[in-house]
Ligand binder design. Structure first.
Ligand code: NAX
Length: 328
């Protein structure tokens, strides 16, 4: 039998953690034949709540779950970790400036990056969910010089999934028949969901839709502002859908994209598509055998170029800000 994979989840007592842990333990993250050990990282005041969640995990008697450790020490929680899901973060509160937000998150992601550097397994894969996700990933990566930089990724899969459903509703074609959609840039309101290379039931999506007004004034803002719309409707931010996207992100990274399709992941740029090297920006990627590659050679039209550039500019500003704070 296979040896268990260690999966660390930070912010484990939070609402995404609650929606995520049971799915990991049931085998949906890595596969129905892969045993897992869970490592829950929380801040000290939330340890008791994390223990409560662990009790419920016990009560599910998941056949694949081989153990649960809970800690408030990143050095313990990341010890031997193979998959690290960095969910816990400092949210922006009323009146908080961007600098304060980045600094508060630096206080979380810098020590976590260092702990991953010092204690994680050689094959560790990292997904940052906690916002601002792209820049938090950059901070953690900078603190982990011994970990290959491409292992640090941030989540735009929720945006990708949101875009799939919006396009499905517009065209009446099921999501299973929509391929090659791309989220570019930052996981923020500047993100750019791109349908120009997407296909719906084998036909070019932009041609099928043939409605630039819908694209610019409906589709793009609906996808980009969906997080705010969920908060407005639910009175709490996306949790189950965010957990689902985290599962999708890692599952695809580990198990590969289907032939002829790709996904969206925020990954360190190699300079492709004019995105400055090192920025953690969302790209169209294919995955295979636990590695990913940026899809190359796509034509970027003027409409797309302006939007990609705007989102990338925001990422550059965030990078400058964390550099000025000495976080990277
Ligand atoms: P919650 O506030 O419910 O949970 C966060 C948890 O993190 C809390 O239990 C808190 O105690 C813990 N935490 C704080 N600092 C920590 C530290 N240093 N170490 C370990 N744990 C720590 O938030 P939740 O709704 O679960 O969201 C978590 C993060 O995901 C937020 O930053 C949120 O903005 C972000 N999101 C990212 C999305 C994406 O697509 N990338 C979408 C969903 C979500 O908004």
């Amino acid at each position: 039998t296979r040896s268990p994979v260690n999966v660390t989840v930070t912010g484990a007592a939070g609402q995404i953690g609650y929606a995520l842990l049971f799915r990991i333990a049931s085998g949906q993250l890595l596969g129905a034949d892969v045993p897992v050990k869970l490592r829950l990282l929380e801040i000290t005041p939330a340890l008791k709540a994390a223990e409560g969640t662990a009790m419920e995990l016990d009560d599910c008697a998941f056949p694949l779950l081989q153990g649960i450790d809970i800690s408030d020490d990143p050095n313990v929680a990341f010890d031997g970790t193979n998959v690290a899901l960095l969910v816990g973060a400092r949210p922006r509160t009323k009146g908080m400036e961007r600098g304060d937000l980045l600094e508060a998150n630096g206080g979380i992601f810098k020590p976590q990056g260092k702990a991953i550097n010092d204690h994680a397994a050689d094959d560790v894969k990292i997904l940052v969910v906690g916002n601002p996700a792209n820049t938090n990933a950059l901070i953690a990566q900078a603190a982990a010089p011994d970990v290959p930089s491409e292992r640090f990724t941030a989540m735009t899969r929720l945006d990708h999934n949101r875009a799939l459903t919006q396009l499905s509703k517009k065209t009446g074609v099921p999501v299973s028949e929509i391929k090659r959609l791309t989220i570019w840039g930052n996981h923020s309101a500047t993100q750019y969901p791109d349908i120009f290379h997407a296909t719906v039931a084998g036909k070019n999506a932009a041609e099928v839709v043939s409605d630039e007004k819908w694209l610019a004034e409906d589709f793009i803002p609906t996808v980009a502002k969906r997080g705010a719309a969920i908060i407005e409707a639910r009175g709490a931010s996306s949790a189950a859908s965010a957990a689902n996207a985290a599962i999708d992100h890692v599952h695809t990274w580990v198990n590969g994209t289907a032939e002829g399709n790709w996904t969206s992941m925020a990954i360190p740029s190699d300079g492709s598509y004019g995105v400055p090297e090192g920025l953690i920006s969302s790209f169209p990627v294919t995955t295979k055998d636990g590695t990913y590659e940026i899809v190359q050679g796509l034509d970027v039209n003027e409409f797309s170029r302006a939007r990609i550039d705007a989102s990338v500019k925001e990422l550059e500003e965030e990078r400058e800000a964390v550099r000025a704070l000495g976080l990277i």
